[in-house]
Design a protein around this ligand. Structure first.
Ligand code: DGL
Length: 259
């Protein structure tokens, strides 16, 4: 079973920020990535819709024989991972906003979080922030409109810049010293965010922590790939391949697939 692939899915290109961390930490693993860009953004959908989309992606990854599935999307994790873990026997690794490290390390006791509506309104997010951020003020903002612009490749556009200025203004006024990126699409905005935020504000996301958790789980379940064949990395999208191509190293190719 150890040479079976790791499956990753996201509503589009966001999960590639996690893919890159996984590839660095676990270079010998076979990987299948599903970009459900046709249904992006997930962030404004209902909990039930997000669950159904997650189930569709999981079923496809299981057909492709994945040994572990990474829900590389905060919105899908916070709305569906409890169900997925209850109903399937393979391990699932999800991603949640890094509220805990930001709260513990914050000196100003004021942190910002930028995430989708689906994540910020989820029960799982509220449980995590109630648990770890009792003594900290959290300035939450829904990154309304960001994901469609990122999916459209408009990373350096005036539209993105204006939205980011609007979202971070109340955070800067509240003197945050940490900004948590609670959506896997947002690490692509770090260069623009750095131009807007005061220099001392640290930007954190959970990508590396997720990759470490995957490694631990693979070791625990004896699932580390020991085959000497060079790893097979496959990307599938149900929208234009160019969207993914733009953010990936040229050595990877993206195939269209209906799902
Ligand atoms: N990348 C996703 C996340 O981490 C979903 C964004 C969306 O589709 O709205 O939340």
């Amino acid at each position: 079973m150890s040479n079976q692939p790791i499956g990753i899915f996201d509503s589009g290109i966001g999960g590639t920020s996690i893919f890159k961390e996984i590839k660095t930490l676990l270079p010998y693993e076979n990987i299948i990535y599903l970009a459900d860009s046709k249904n992006a953004p997930y962030g404004n959908k209902t909990e039930e819709e997000i669950l159904q989309l997650s189930l569709k992606n999981v079923k496809l990854l299981l057909q492709k024989n994945c040994k572990l599935i990474v829900v590389a999307c905060n919105t899908a994790t916070t709305n569906s991972i409890t169900y997925l873990r209850k109903n399937y026997s393979i391990p699932f690794v999800g991603i949640e906003p890094a509220i805990k490290p930001a709260s513990l390390q914050s000196k100003s006791k004021s942190i910002g979080i930028l995430a989708t509506k689906g994540t910020l309104s989820s029960t799982l997010f509220h449980e995590t922030s109630d648990l770890y951020a009792k003594n900290v003020t959290i300035i939450e903002r829904v990154g309304e409109g960001l994901v469609p612009l990122i999916e459209a490749g408009k990373l350096n556009s005036d539209e993105i810049r204006e939205l980011l200025k609007t979202f971070t203004k109340p955070m800067i006024e509240a003197q945050i010293d940490y900004l948590v990126l609670g959506c896997t699409h947002y690490p692509y905005l770090i260069p623009e965010l750095k131009k807007i935020l005061p220099e001392h504000v640290k930007i954190i996301d959970s990508g590396l922590a997720v990759a470490k958790q995957i490694k631990t789980l693979l070791e625990t379940y004896n699932l580390i790939n020991t085959s000497l064949n060079s790893p097979k990395i496959q990307f599938f999208t149900n929208a234009s391949v160019g969207i993914l191509d733009n953010v990936l190293d040229k050595k990877f190719s993206v195939k269209p697939l209906k799902f």
